[in-house]
Structures are given as C-alpha cells and as structure tokens.
Design a protein around this ligand. Sequence first.
Ligand code: PLP
Length: 390
Amino acid sequence: MTRSTLSHLECGKCGAIYDANQLINLCPACGKPLLVRYDLAKAAQTLTPAALAERPANLWRYEEVLPVVRNDARLMLGEGWTPLIWASSLGNEIGCPNTLIKDESLNPTGSFKARGLAMAVSRAYELGATEIAIPSAGNAAGAMSAYAAAAGLKAHVFMPADVPMPFRVECAQLGATVTLVDGLITDCGVKVREGAQKYGWFDVSTLKEPYRIEGKKTMGYELAEQLGWTLPDVIIYPTGGGTGLVGMWKAFDEMEQMGLIGSKRPRMVTVQSDGCAPMVRAFDQGNEFAEMWQGAKTVADGLRVPAAVGDFLILRALRESGGTALTVTDQEMLHYTRVMGAHTGIFPAPEGAATLAAQVHLLNRGWIRADETVVLFNTGTGLKYAHLWA
Ligand SMILES: *Cc1c(COP(=O)(O)O)cnc(C)c1O
C-alpha cells in the first residue's frame, strides 16, 4: 500500500460528497468537476521536508496527497521532478532578472500532460477500467497512450483531423487506436462520450474525471519544494483546459493546511492565444463561466480549447490570487520561442513561449515589477512543433 490519505470526492461547484472507491466522471448531481480530498492532518505527519529529501525524484514522492492506493497500480515512466531553471540571461534581456522556468518538456512524452495522465490512468487501472478514451488536440493523447501501454489498457484517441503529424504518430506507435475527427477538440469529446456510452470506455477528458488534476497539482508541490518552501510573486501559465493552473492552486491550499507553506500566494496569470481566448474574455467581463469561443484557431495546439468544463475553477483561482489573464498572438509565440531558446538552452513549445510573451507585456504595463520573482511554465517540448519553423 502507498501512504495515500485519500478520503473522498467533493464537487467543486455544489459541494456534494462521493465515495472515491469507484470509477466516476463528473458530479452526478450538477455535472461539474469532482475534486479529490485527503486526510491532510494525517498526511502532514509523514509528508515533511526532511522525509521528502529521501524520496525518489519523481512526482510519486508526494504519495500522501495522491490518490493511488496500491503500489502496483502506480504507472511509472519517470514523470515529474522537472528542473526549475534560473533564466538569468533571459531575465536580464527582458528586464526582470529573477525569471525562472519550470521546464516540463523533460516529462515522458515531452509535456506536463504526463503528470495528469500518469495519475488518471493509474487510478483508472486501479479501479478496474479496461478501455480508456480521450479527446485531444495534441500532447494529452500521447501521454494517455503511453500510460495505457504501461498498464496494458486499450486506448482510444480522438484527434482533430488537422493535428500535426508527430502527435498522431506518437499515439499510434504507443499502441492506441487513433480516430481523426473533422472538427475541434470539442467535437472529439462528443465521439468519446458516444464510445463511453456504447462500449463502456472510461473517459479521461480534462477535469471530466477527478484524478488528472491530482497529477498536475504536483507542479505546485515541486515548485514550493524547489524554492525551499516559498512561492514566487507571479506564475504565468498557458491555459487550455486549465488543469495545470487549477491543480497548482489546489496544491497551495493543501500545502498551507499541512503547514508546509504560509498564506502568501503567487499572482496567477493565464495566457491564451488571441485566436482562442475564452478564459481571457470571461475574466475581462467579470463572468463566472466562459462562453464557447467560436472559430478557435492557433498554432499552440494545447491552447486550442474553445470551452473548458473547469472554467469557473480557473477564473476563481485567477481572481482569488489577484492575478490576470491576457492574450498573445501566434506570431509572438513563434518569435519568443527563439528568444527563450537562444537565452536558456530550452526549446519550448509555442505554449511555453507564450508565457514569455505575456511576461514582456506585463512588464511593459507595470503589472509585473522588475524586482519580482516570476516563474514561467514551459509546458512542453518544441520538437513536436518543429514544422512551424520549417
Ligand atoms: C495541454 C497543454 C496546455 C494547456 O494546459 P491545461 O492544463 O489544459 O490548461 C499548455 N501547454 C501544452 C504544451 C499543452 O499540451
């Protein structure tokens, strides 16, 4: 058995409580995402800075606050514990010396999606799923295919027909059944729901099952641990479905309850492409939920998400943190890929470059001060997008 202190599931909207010991998707009462709750008082007894220093360099080091209960259900391909890099040359170039990059491109399958899918697929496997399905415009499908292969589960992937070749080929070579759909990720989601109803596949879409966010929250734990149990002034995150941002926000709360950090929080910043910016629009309009974005178009496949089930959780985290939301253009992403690359040695995905473009805008506006500590998330490797510069 792991040291998991998994307790129950709680709806993020209506607060209804559910047994965690079952395969479950959205809240049966209100259709919103379910969040995982732990016995944090118990977790705090063993999840200490000293104990962590002895643990393996992967995300399973936070086992007390992860949902997987059986040791043999943990699917391990080297996920997590990515480097947090002081980007001083880049920081000096843009006039913000304390700029750091959390480089998620070193995860299995080259993106932070490995964290979420390691957890979701491990837990689905633990709870007896045999076939799993996902709609994805890119990296999520590759990560899901990898962990399904590790578990010996059948994987069904639905991707927009115009998805770049590397994403599609990766899934196929990892043994998944890939179906190309004429449309967007939301259309792929419809296909997954049909298959789930017809064939009993388990749907591991973003925030439609409770555990992906648990894998992604480990970015928040790692950030605090790597900064000596402090947090930066600002975190800039390229936001699609929002599990990364919502997960970190949840992690900070849990860490405070366990006494690992104090009450200071970073200002959370969402960056989206101006070709698909439902969260930025909803943030600017002061809305609780985001309207579907029509005609979504961007080279950043991870940001081509016209509607997010967790929209209210993203917007809540941005507002509670005193954060903000802004768009950048695809041209800026392509440009800042090279700026980041040439000043750091990291070849970022366009989504990662978007965080740097956003930082420059926010410095110019005076929203970020030159002496503040800023963490950029490079969420994936640029290699899968090499066609954009070819
Ligand atoms: C999926 C993805 C994102 C968006 O992440 P969310 O947690 O869904 O908001 C950002 N960058 C990359 C490279 C991605 O694959």
